[in-house]
Unconditional design. Structure first.
Length: 163
């Protein structure tokens, strides 16, 4: 049936005085502009979320030549860890959960860097960062008993406030 229609339509159009024309494309083809050779085809620097940077890219208070210890002889002990404030933007959604973070505990026990490993939406990340940067620890110590910069993994829980 297809072949018969394909054969008869051009004949019928030729008999009526019209010449069969090829079908026009229904959509416009995109215009391709010449690329400037000074601009790279792919971006060389892609800005990342500040929560995903490696720990050593954060501006630490300690010296840059000293890397933080992941497992020191004596781990840091929390002294003051107030809970985070539940952000008002997240109240209508009622999200509960935990944010998992790596934090850098400095020699004086303050938190000098962070990296979010498991985020949550609606401003909960920012609330966790504000809370964690105010936390105080007893600093970690190496085998000689000297305070060292260390990295620990913490969990910051969030529960919506009761109405």
């Amino acid at each position: 049936m297809k072949y018969l229609a394909a054969l008869l339509i051009p004949i019928a159009l030729a008999c009526c005085g019209r010449v069969a024309q090829p079908a026009r494309p229904t959509r416009k083809l995109p215009v391709v502009l010449p690329r400037d050779p000074r601009i790279p085809a792919f971006p060389t620097y892609v800005p990342q979320s500040p929560y995903q940077h490696p720990l050593y890219l954060f501006p630490p208070k300690h010296h840059l030549d000293e890397r933080p210890f992941r497992n020191p002889a004596t781990p840091p002990v929390p002294q003051k860890t107030p809970p985070p404030v539940y952000p008002p933007m997240a109240i209508p959604s009622g999200i509960s959960g935990s944010i998992v973070m790596d934090i850098v505990v400095d020699r004086d026990g303050s938190v000098s860097g962070y990296r979010i490993l498991k985020p949550l939406p609606f401003g909960l990340n920012e609330a966790a960062i504000i809370a964690v940067t105010s936390w105080k620890y007893t600093p970690a110590r190496n085998a000689e008993g000297k305070p060292v910069v260390s990295v620990i993994t913490v969990t910051v829980p969030f529960k919506p406030p009761v109405r």
